[in-house]
Ligand binder design. Sequence first.
Ligand SMILES: CC(=O)N[C@H](C=O)[C@@H](O)[C@H](O)[C@H](O)COP(=O)(O)O
Ligand SMILES: C=C(OP(=O)(O)O)C(=O)O
Length: 349
Amino acid sequence: MGEVKVTDDVWIGGSHPCFIIAEVGQNHQGDIEVAKKLIKAAKEAGASCVKFQKTCLNEKFTKKYLERPYDSSNSWGKTYGEHKRHLEFSDTQYRELFKYAQEVGILVTASAMDMVSFDALLNLKVPFIKIGSGDSNNLLFLKYAASKKIPLVVSTGMVDKQAVKTIYDIISAVHKNFCLLHCVSAYPVPYEDCNLTVLQDYKNTFDVPVGYSGQEIGTAVALGAVALGAKVIEKHITLDKGLKGTDHVCSLTPAEFAQLVRDVRVIEASLGTPIKRVVTSEIPCIDKLQKSLVMGSTKNKGEILYPGDVKIKVAEPKGLNALHFDDVIYKTLVYDKKEDEPLHEGDFC
Ligand SMILES: CC(=O)N[C@H](C=O)[C@@H](O)[C@H](O)[C@H](O)COP(=O)(O)O
Ligand SMILES: C=C(OP(=O)(O)O)C(=O)O
């Protein structure tokens, strides 16, 4: 599966803990103070990293697209350009936010929504760069990103498996310090469209850690992803799901995010080994409730134990494990035995 080195201390993949990204995206409403609150909330929730989206508008969009009216309850302006400008932080503001994240003690980065933003993030010395699904068909950008050798987390919404293979081939031709996230780009994603089992296919196909970027409501699907082997989970975080903005509806509140982190850790701890064996914690229940072989009736030394003569009960003291039933019947008793008395090895031959 491979591992990705994010910092000297933080790795993704292998047996490392699932890397949980709190995606602020544009849920900061264009307000740096809200952004700081979200950074703090992500830290307090136990996220591994907090993430923004960095866009150079003229690089990502055509002029005409920016002039397009954005007539929506989620809009921050009359045109899409006005809307996006309201939500975009300057490099100076990014510096302030990243400094704040450092003070708070959480890794911080952003998605580079275009090459100019990618370079800006390199200058900001982020530990890794996210490439969102908007660029899953942007092979030129992916080649550029790979050439810079910084660790990458790449989302794969809006494309099919063939394109994901192309993404993998492009980046892995340069390095393997990247993860691929299964993603479905709908806000929110209907559960039937999450197709989580794609993760199993990614795991079997690609020699890099795989993960899941979830835009569905709630935490259950992300937890399922962890059970299926996701080594990265990304979910949007918001201070209030009722706020204006496209992504709030599929985001988690800080309390929900904290619960997600706790539950991910529980699932990781519980995945354990595929080898089915009796574990130490079961011993008290074995002592208390596991069934033994006991006499079904009183019989004497020299008599044969027929099937009806041996019963399976919870006994005190314990007898032979009931799994040995077939080893006992048709054997001859060596001692006299009363009804309900446990049978032990050596009681028959
Ligand atoms: C595909 C992609 O980029 N998706 C991002 C990540 O999930 C989203 O946060 C979008 O930026 C957001 O939904 C856009 O909303 P609006 O168009 O209202 O600014
Ligand atoms: C679009 C993004 O992410 P995803 O495709 O994982 O939702 C992003 O990180 O900006």
